[in-house]
Design a protein around this ligand. Structure first.
Ligand code: URA
Length: 423
């Protein structure tokens, strides 16, 4: 087999054979196919697509590039959730302990933020002492003793995806549905969860800007999971405006703790409870009441044990950025739009995200929202507070907010977008 013939097949809109796929994934993982050759193939896939058989084989080959975990020894059924990424998407933080409090085991392998979308590990690392990197034994121990674990995927899990994802990130080939679906599902299937709920985000702040693309990504991933014996469900959820009232690492941890304490913004609570209900149903747990587990403190108890088991201090004060800048409403009326992408870019520019994988993030940086679409605002009232340790970044962040909102006359009818768009 030679790589040039594999690239030519896809360049010329052909179907890759199972042998070609197995060979190219294995050879790339071993270093026998060069980055520039894999980039050419990834671009050919982005432009010409893959059919369901090719995607299934590509996913299987990425799983086979590394180890598979096994949770069979646990006494509880496993349930995992994956979000395709958004702005202010802190849902994993309250969700994992909530679902564990209701009786499932939640092995949540998570990622870091890149670009305008945040990453769960960056958020949790703002808790003093908390560790994202666990050995497989430590991960199983935390999962077994607390019911939930949120940590980085080990190096042994789908190593082909680790290499390929880093390459796609720098070659403009992230947005290919076959590559996104196989990337996410290879890690989830290798992780060994029994059931999986996918939160496929739609809107300006998401990878998928249209409901049609989101539906195609969702159905591709559900088919991959189901064919591998993982009970898989997908929700399409709105990402046209940030989730909750914060975007930024420590800011989002603070808001998640509010949700676990029985408060927090309605959209975050509603989505957390909706995803929890799906995860519990997929895991075969029928009689749980996730909304009650938020109210009665049982989800908070699991959160505290889970954070402590990974070295974190759940009582420690969270980092606060050194400088704040308040953005006020320029006119009075109804806030009809507050754009997720623009807010995400502002948070990123303030230091909450990174431009390159190796960059550090500022724990306290980000954007706080004082109004959400549908709220009535008065000229001069605070609309946003920007947080950063590096105030020279304010101007750059403010540029991304030039067209971030619309304020309409007070009598304008406003139709809210539901948080769950489809299932
Ligand atoms: N998340 C992943 O893990 N992979 C992708 O390709 C996109 C988002």
């Amino acid at each position: 087999m030679d790589v040039i013939s594999v690239i030519r097949t896809k360049r010329d809109k052909g179907e890759l054979s199972p042998e070609q796929i197995d060979w190219v994934i294995d050879a790339y993982t071993r270093g026998a196919v060069a980055d520039e050759q894999m980039s050419a193939l990834a671009m050919a896939i982005l432009l010409n697509g893959m059919n369901r058989d090719e995607i299934a084989r590509w996913t299987a080959a990425m799983i086979a590039s590394g180890e598979r975990m096994n949770f069979d020894a646990l006494s509880r059924p496993t349930a995992d959730k994956h979000s395709t990424g958004g702005v202010g998407d802190k849902i994993t933080l309250p969700l994992a302990p909530l679902v564990a409090a209701c009786g499932a085991a939640v092995p949540q392998l998570s990622g870091r933020g890149l670009g305008h979308t945040g990453g769960t590990l960056d958020k949790l690392e703002s808790i003093p002492g908390w560790r994202a990197l666990l050995s497989n034994e430590e991960m199983l121990h935390v999962l077994d003793t607390t019911g939930a674990v949120i940590c980085a995927a080990g190096d042994g899990l789908a190593p082909a995806d680790k290499k390929l994802y880093a390459l796609r990130d720098v070659t403009g080939t992230v947005e290919a549905i076959p590559l996104i679906a196989s990337s996410i599902m290879s890690k989830k299937i290798a992780e060994g969860t029994g059931s999986l709920v996918l939160d496929v985000k739609v809107g300006t702040g998401a990878f998928m800007k249209t409901i049609e693309d989101a539906r195609e990504l969702a159905s591709t991933m559900v088919a991959l999971g189901t064919d591998s014996g993982v009970k898989t469900v997908a929700l399409l959820t709105d990402m046209s405006t940030p989730l909750g009232l914060t975007a930024g690492n420590a800011l989002e941890v603070r808001e998640s703790v509010e949700v676990l304490a029985g408060g927090g913004p309605k959209d975050v609570v509603d989505l957390t409870v909706a995803l929890a209900a799906e995860m519990l149903a997929a895991a075969g747990i029928e009689d749980a009441d996730p909304a009650k587990a938020l109210r009665d403190g049982s989800a908070m108890d699991v959160w505290r044990r889970m954070i402590a088991a990974q070295g974190g201090d759940p009582d420690a004060a969270l980092p606060v950025a050194r400088e704040q800048h308040v953005v006020t409403a320029p006119s009075s009326g109804v806030l009809t739009r507050l754009d997720a992408y623009d807010i995400g870019i502002a948070a990123w520019r303030l230091g909450a995200g990174r431009a390159r994988k190796e960059d550090p993030v500022q724990a306290g940086a980000g954007v706080e929202l004082h109004a959400k679409p549908g709220d009535t605002v008065t000229a001069g009232q605070p609309l946003l507070t920007l947080h950063t340790d590096t105030p020279e970044k304010f101007d750059y962040a403010l540029k991304s907010l030039d067209a971030a909102w619309d304020i309409a006359p007070e009598d304008t009818a406003f139709e809210p977008t539901p948080i769950v768009l489809d299932r």
